[in-house]
Design a protein around this ligand. Sequence first.
Ligand code: ZN
Length: 500
Amino acid sequence: MNRAFEKLQPHLERIMALNTAMTLFNWDTDTLAPKEAGPYTAKVIGTLSDEYFQALVNDEVKALVKECQEHGEGLDENQAAIVKEAARTIEELEVIPKEEYREFSELQSEAAAIWSRAREDKDYEAFAPTLEKLIAFTKKFAGYQAKDGQKIYDVLLDQYERGFDMESLDRFFSQVRDEIVPLLKQVVEKNDTIDSSFLTEYYEPEKQEEFGRFLAEYCGFEFDKGVLATSAHPFTTNLHNHDVRITTRYVENKLDSSLFSIIHETGHALYELGISDEITQTLVGGGASMGMHESQSRFYENIIGRSEAFWEPIYGKLVETFPKQLEKVSLDQFIKAVNKAVPGLIRIDADELTYCLHIMVRYEMEKMIMDGSADVKDLPKLWNEKYQEYLGVSPEDDAEGVLQDIHWAQGSFGYFPSYALGSAFAAQFYHKMQEELDVEGLLKEGNLKPIREFLKDRIHRYGKVKETRDLIKAVTGEDFTPKYYIEYLKEKYKKIYSLA
Ligand code: ZN
C-alpha cells in the first residue's frame, strides 16, 4: 500500500466516526428527540462539527493528502477517489474560518426546530430571522469558495451536482417547460375522467404503517440493516451500508402520500445499501450526487412504483388491508388515480408531471435570493406569485407555501434542482434498462431482483468513486440528455389520459 495513504488511514477513520456521530444526532433530532432538546443538542453537534473540521482540515492531513496526490503509486481506484474527495472537501472547508463554521453548524441544527414550529403555527415571521442568518452564512461561505468570478449560486449548484450550473439548468428547465406545459394543459382538461376520491377516504395510520413496511421490503429494503420511522418530512439517512434509515409520515386522508414516499425513500436506501463494503465508511461511501440519489428514488417511486405492472402482484394485498375503502376500486382505476396530474401546492405530494414546475419555482427563487434581487421578507409573496404563474394555484397560508420544505432551514440552497435532474437521469437509465431487461414482465412476476441488481451493479456499488456525468455515460453510453425524460412523460401521460 502507498505509505502516505497508510498514514492517512487513522485520520480518515476519525473523520468518518465524527461524521457518523453527527448524522446520528441529526436523525434523532428529526425523528425521536423531544421538542425542547433542540438548542441543547445543537450545542453537542456544534462541538462535534468543530472536531470534524479540525480532524479534516489540519496541516498533517493536508500534507498527507498532498503527498498521496503527488505520489499516487500503489493507490487503487477507490483510494485515489478517497484522496480526491478529501482534497476537495478540505479545499471547500479550509476557506471558511473555523468559528464561522461552528456557528453555522449550531444554527443549522437549531433552525430545523424553529422552522418546524413556524410551519406548525403557519407563522413565517417566526422563521424569517433564522432564514436571514442561514442565507447570510450560505452566501458568505460560497463567496469564500468561489473560483475566478464564479457566481454564488453556481458555487452552490456545483456542490450538489458537479458539472451543472445556471447555464445548463436554464437550458434544461426551458426545454422541459416547453414540452410539459402544453401537455399538462391537455391533461388537466381531461381530469374529470379520473376519479381519485377514494384515495382521500380515512386510512388507519397503523394499517398504513403495516402495509408500508411490507412495501419497503417488497422493493428490497432490508430491515436487518435499516429502520423505518416517522418525521415531519420523509427522508433517508445512512450511517454506513449496514445501517440505512428512512422515514415517512402517515396522512389519515391521503393513502398515496405514505405509499409513494416509502417507495421513494426505499429507492434512496437501496442506493446506500448497495454501496460496496470496500468503500463504506469512507469519504466516497455515499451516493455520487444529490441528483444521482434522486434518480434512484424517483426511478422506484414513479417509473416503476406507479406502473400497473408493479402493482399487479400486490394490489390484492392493499385491498385486503383496506377492504372498505378499496373493494370497489379496480387496479386500472387505482393506477389512473395515483398518476392523476393536478396542479397543487405541495411539492412532495406533486405528481410526476407538475413536479418539475414546483422545482422551477424554487430554482428561480434561489437564483434571486443568491444574487440579492429578493429579500427574505418578500419571499412569501414571491412564492405565491410564482405558484400562480406556473401552476395556477395560490397557498392560503405559508405552511402550504414558502414554509413547506425543510431544505432552506437546513441551509441547503442549490439542492432543489437535483430533484428535477434526478427524474431526468432516471428516465435515461430506464431507457437503457429496457434494452437489456423485460422490466414490465419482471414487475408482473413480482421479481424485482434483476432490476435491483442492474442498478446496484452499474451505479450503487461505486458510491462516489465515479462522478455523476461519468456514471450516466458509463451506464447508458450517452452524455446526459433530457430527451428520454420528455419522451417518457409524453408516452406515459398520453396513455393514462387516452390523448391523441
Ligand atoms: Zn428524495
